[in-house]
Design a binder for this molecule. Structure first.
Ligand code: NAD
Length: 294
């Protein structure tokens, strides 16, 4: 069993750290929120007074933070963890952040001989609690072998996407595609409904035809078609519009930095940003159906 420092205990990090405790690892946590630390202490973690204290002498440092600036502040600079860590420690940043910051932290870690992987996840809070997340990792092969040993206790699919930053690029590609096929699925279902088709029957037809996709298969956006989907529960998230807009912003940065024009991704971002501006940020991302209906 490993010793792990877990930094960032929010909606995702809390249940991920809890799963590591359940798997028998020795987990020391740090979060700016005392309430978040208290909850993990009850679950069996030790609580540190700072990220540096948590990370001292551990096998793994895992972070699950809101954005690139938090990750940079945690790991880079004279006060950052990379300045303090031993080369035997492996750093796994599971946050969804910009690929440029992930590469920067990866390069800084490599200079110090510390293994680093950006390891963003697919799957929301429910998958974090169930330990069924998918991890998309960016870093070298030796670090990936070490990463798998611990990520396996928080998820079920672990991919090596390429060098540092590649995990974030994979995540950006995936979530851009998710936004596009969710909007496309809403558009098709609404067009059918306006022409008298029952969305349930149309869903069955498309599921057995070439329009089949993940949104249709497990996350139907039309209320009443799928009992457990957010659409049938007043679009309670699930995966919030705010997070989709964040992820699409990161995908746009990746496209710009690689001089790639992505018209469908850009349009998806515009639609989701407008939906967010209309007060839907905290609702599930499948509520984009309502924007198309209006
Ligand atoms: P959250 O806001 O619930 O949690 C973030 C936590 O980080 C908070 O508890 C906050 O106090 C803590 N924090 C912030 N700065 C810190 C610092 N410097 N040191 C220590 N703790 C600090 O966010 P979340 O929903 O858990 O998401 C975390 C990451 O996972 C984000 O990058 C998000 O995009 C990504 N993600 C979220 C979901 C989801 O469904 N919520 C799904 C996939 C990926």
């Amino acid at each position: 069993m490993a010793s792990v420092a877990f930094i960032g205990l929010g909606n995702m990090g809390g249940p991920m750290a809890t799963n590591l405790i359940k798997a028998g690892h020795s987990v020391t946590v740090f979060d700016l929120s005392q309430a978040a630390c208290d909850a993990l202490q009850e679950a069996g973690a030790s609580v540190a007074a700072s990220a540096a204290e948590a990370a001292s002498g551990v096998d793994y440092v895992i972070s699950m933070l809101p954005a690139g600036k938090h990750v940079a502040a945690t790991f880079l600079g004279d006060d950052g963890l990379l300045a303090l860590l031993d080369t035997s420690t492996t750093v796994l940043d599971c946050s969804t952040i910009d690929a440029a910051t992930a590469r920067e932290v990866g390069e800084a870690a490599a200079e110090k001989g510390i293994g680093f992987m950006d390891s963003p996840v697919s799957g929301g809070v429910a998958a974090a609690a169930a330990g069924t997340l998918a991890f998309m990792c960016g870093g070298d092969a030796a670090t990936f072998e070490k990463a798998k040993l611990i990520l396996a206790d928080m998820g079920k699919n672990i991919f090596h996407a390429g060098p540092a930053g590649a995990g974030q690029v994979a995540k950006g590609c995936n979530n851009m595609l998710l936004a596009i096929h969710m909007i496309g699925t809403c558009e098709a279902l609404e067009m059918g409904a306006r022409n008298g088709l029952d969305p349930k029957v149309l869903s069955e037809i498309m599921l057995a035809s070439s329009g089949r996709n993940w949104s249709l298969e497990v996350y139907n956006p039309y209320p009443g078609v799928m009992e457990a989907a957010p659409a049938s529960n007043d679009y309670k998230p699930g995966f919030m519009v705010d997070l989709m807009v964040k992820d699409l912003g990161l995908a746009m940065e990746i496209a710009e930095q690689s001089d790639f024009d992505n018209p469908m991704g850009k349009l998806a971002r515009q639609l989701y940003a407008a939906h967010q501006d209309a007060g839907n940020g905290q609702r599930d991302f499948s509520s984009i159906l309502e924007k198309l209906k209006s």
